[in-house]
Design a protein. Structure first.
Length: 422
């Protein structure tokens, strides 16, 4: 039995290493993201429109660089070296955030490191399993839980340090988290899948047939990417305008204590951890009964659930009027929002990985992050409307974006199912 065949918790050991590595990367990313808008508006004294646009531009750039990083990893560096180099550069960028004069340099450094790190790590998941392994489809949801453990800890640690003791302490904690992830990755090398070697296909007819199939797959993935872009325009407000509403429109009093505004950003990853096990059990029972929901349709359902979450906020803000809404409504929003997220985001990542052409795993996963790039950029533009529209109208607009994404995904369902089984 090889190292790759041994299991932890019924999954390949390499999944745990990748799980923990990206957990700490998410800790660093979410730790910085938790503080970013507040830091710009309260410390650097940027106007809300400027802060929202910078936030959207940064997150967009952080998800654009993986396109180049995926190609570099597949063609030259290999996935392992790309993860190590990218993680080191990201850690340096987090520490640069401690210096106000290097604010833009720090953001650029994190984005560049992310380009190598982000597509190279999750693209290794698929290599841990045989093509017919039934655990492979659910592995991405398990992996997604690991990411959100880091996302849950980040607001509590980085957010608390930044809000109570100084923004730079929070940014420093994010850098420490990135180094923890690198240490785990280096220590667990023997459990990771081997690098795939390059092979040539001598038979021209096979090459032509594969090229035609790959063309169809890329076309379908483009459609999914467009839907994901529209969805992200609404989804990414959870780190952009939702914190602003939390600060200005939510009554955070609880038992004579004011809940720190950054703590609410821990709800989303916490709920990912809580909701994933019962949701996976539900999906497994449906699959055993022959009623498994196809991936594109599952993603469409998720987008509609997120739309419902934003409609809830629209109703709450309308009823509250000039008063602050109870924080319990924000909690309910995050429950609904997170349920929808679990239907769409891990499923989309897994779909891109499964449809990846041979030897283009990191590049194809990077294409998923391209949709996050364009969606984050859209979210930044949408976020600039926060100060120009009423809160209820703004939330209705976000719900409309999610519904539009659901319609596109529903239309792509049948073509994707045909591509998966050919």
């Amino acid at each position: 039995m090889t190292a790759q065949e041994k299991t932890w918790f019924g999954q390949p050991r390499g999944l745990t290493i990748l799980f923990l590595t990206n957990m700490w990367e998410f800790f660093s990313y979410y730790g910085m993201r938790t503080l970013l808008v507040y830091y710009m508006t309260k410390q650097l004294l940027f106007a809300q429109e400027k802060a929202s646009f910078i936030y959207g531009s940064y997150t967009a750039t952080a998800y654009f660089t993986p396109i180049l990083g995926g190609v570099i990893a597949d063609r030259w560096l290999g996935k392992r070296k790309a993860v190590i180099i990218g993680g080191s550069v990201m850690a340096m960028g987090h520490f640069l955030m401690a210096f106000e004069s290097l604010f833009y340099v720090a953001l650029a450094t994190i984005a560049l490191g992310n380009g190598l790190f982000l597509p190279s790590l999750p693209s290794q998941i698929n290599d841990l399993y045989q093509a017919d392994d039934p655990r492979r489809g659910r592995a991405y949801n398990v992996y997604y839980v690991g990411l959100n453990v880091g996302g849950f800890l980040a607001p509590l640690i980085c957010g608390t340090l930044g809000e109570l003791y100084g923004w730079h302490y929070g940014f420093g904690a994010a850098g420490v988290g990135m180094f923890c992830g690198l240490a785990i990755y280096l220590a667990g090398q023997k459990y990771l899948p081997p690098e795939q070697t390059k092979r040539t296909v001598a038979n021209k007819s096979v090459t032509d047939e594969r090229g035609q199939k790959n063309g169809r797959i890329w076309f379908l993935l483009l459609g999914v990417g467009i839907a994901a872009t529209i969805f992200r325009g609404a989804y990414e407000q959870v780190g952009n305008t939702i914190p602003l509403w939390t600060d200005a429109g939510v009554n955070r009093a609880f038992g004579g204590y004011i809940i720190p505004m950054t703590w609410f950003q821990a709800l989303n990853p916490l709920l990912v951890i809580i909701l994933t096990p019962p949701l996976l059990l539900y999906w497994r029972r449906r699959a055993d009964a022959g009623k498994e929901t196809p991936p594109a349709r599952k993603m469409a359902v998720g987008a509609l659930i997120v739309a419902g979450a934003y409609l809830l906020l629209s109703t709450v803000s309308t009823v509250a009027g000039t008063n602050r809404a109870s924080w319990l409504w924000l909690l309910l929003f995050f429950v609904i929002f997170t349920l929808g997220e679990l239907y769409i985001l891990p499923t989309g990542l897994g779909l891109f990985a499964r449809l990846a052409p041979p030897r283009l795993g990191a590049t194809t996963v990077a294409a998923w992050f391209l949709a996050i790039f364009s969606g984050s950029l859209l979210a930044g533009v949408v976020g600039t409307l926060w100060s120009r529209a009423s809160h209820n109208a703004f939330f209705v607009m976000l719900a409309s974006l999610a519904v539009a994404a659901a319609l596109i995904l529903w239309l792509l369902d049948r073509p994707i199912r045909r591509a998966e089984y050919k």
